[in-house]
Each structure stands twice: as C-alpha cells, then as structure tokens.
Design a binder for this molecule. Sequence first.
Ligand SMILES: CC(C)(COP(=O)(O)OP(=O)(O)OC[C@H]1O[C@@H](n2cnc3c(N)ncnc32)[C@H](O)[C@@H]1OP(=O)(O)O)[C@@H](O)C(=O)NCCC(=O)NCCS
Length: 194
Amino acid sequence: MIDPNTIFLETDRLILRTFCLEDAGLLCELDRDPEVMRHISKGRPTSMEVIQERLSNWLGYYEKSGDLGFWAVHLRSTKEFVGWFHLKPSSFFSGEIELGYRLQRQVWGQGYATEGGKALIERSFAQTAIDRIIATTLAYNYASRRVMEKCGLRFERSFFYSETILPGWSEAERRAVLYGVNRSAQLLSLHIPN
Ligand SMILES: CC(C)(COP(=O)(O)OP(=O)(O)OC[C@H]1O[C@@H](n2cnc3c(N)ncnc32)[C@H](O)[C@@H]1OP(=O)(O)O)[C@@H](O)C(=O)NCCC(=O)NCCS
C-alpha cells in the first residue's frame, strides 16, 4: 500500500513516491545484486550503515525543495518497489541538475527508466525554473547512456570521475560521459514530427 500523501509523480506504469527511513531494507536489497552494482561499485553491495546515512541525506531534500530529490519507484500494476530516480544538484558539475536512476534487474529492458526519466524532465521544464538537466555515467554503461538518449539528452563530452569517488579504480575505468538537455531543446523537440 502506497500512502497517497507520499506520491510525487505518476506515469502510465510507474509511481514515484518520497522515501522514508523505513525504506533502508529495500535499498539494501536493491544494492545486493552485483549486476545492478556492476557500473557503480564493481558489483559490491552497499552496507546497511551507508544506506541509512544516505537515506537520511536524501530525506533532507524534501524540506529544501519540492522539485528535487530522490524518489522510490513502484510499478502501478503490482505496487512492487523496483528502484529509484533522482533529480538533484550534480555532485560533479557545480550549478547543474542531474538525473539518475537505479532499478531492480528483473524489470530492466521494459522502458521503465526511460518512462520515469522523461516524466521527471518534462515535469521540471513545465513546472519549475530548471532550464537544464544533465546525466553522467561510466562510458561503458551503455544501458544508462541509451536511457539518457531516449530521454532526450545528448552526449556533450567525456570526463573522468575522481579517485575519491571511485577509489582503487584505474583512470580508464573511471572514464565517464556527460549528457545534457536544455529547456529550449526539449520544448523544440515536442514540436518536431518524428
Ligand atoms: C540503467 C538502467 C536504469 C536502465 O533501466 P531500464 O528500465 O532497463 O531502461 P530502459 O528499458 O528504459 O532502456 C534501456 C535501453 O538500453 C539498452 N541496453 C541495455 N543494455 C545495453 C547494452 N549493454 N548496450 C547497449 N544498449 C543496452 C536497451 O536495449 C534499451 O534501449 P532500446 O529501448 O533502444 O532497446 C538499469 O539497467 C539499471 O538500473 N542498471 C543498474 C544501475 C545503473 O547502472 N544505473 C545508472 C548509473 S549512471
């Protein structure tokens, strides 16, 4: 059962809701799948201690802004928790707003990341003053890059995540890509027939 007061956004197939401290177990479970974590921590799970610390930071967003934050995502059909999205100030590029997503492996390949990502971008450009949204990922995370493209973001440049972010990773392993979309481009794309 999803408390209607926690619902942030609904799409055809997804419900995005605010997190609460009790969600730590769901997040731990998500990060326990080495395939989910392959391009994030080389497959290593996240400890409950780190999850709890992270979650309390995530909850802080809801007080600061009604438009930015991390949201749990559920399938509308079954109400099952399947992962999360975020739209938040970038940790890598000052002044930028960054889209992110992490979904359980059993729901991959059905367009859910694209559906949620597009809805967040469309909401931001239609209802907030956000003018530009970026997304970053490791260069060889091709599924994530494809989601960015399908959400209307375009490749802008390569860069390297710092060693602080990915300790023990070689420079080649830390190669990343930056994609972005501006409000004007997104609005224009709505008026161009395919
Ligand atoms: C990235 C992720 C969120 C994508 O979720 P999803 O719901 O499967 O995404 P979608 O179904 O909307 O789109 C995936 C696209 O990537 C494509 N894809 C998947 N794996 C691919 C690969 N190895 N190479 C190229 N394309 C790939 C799919 O074919 C699909 O594109 P298409 O519709 O043109 O066929 C999911 O794989 C995930 O949670 N991964 C682990 C966490 C992660 O890496 N998060 C991103 C960190 S930046």
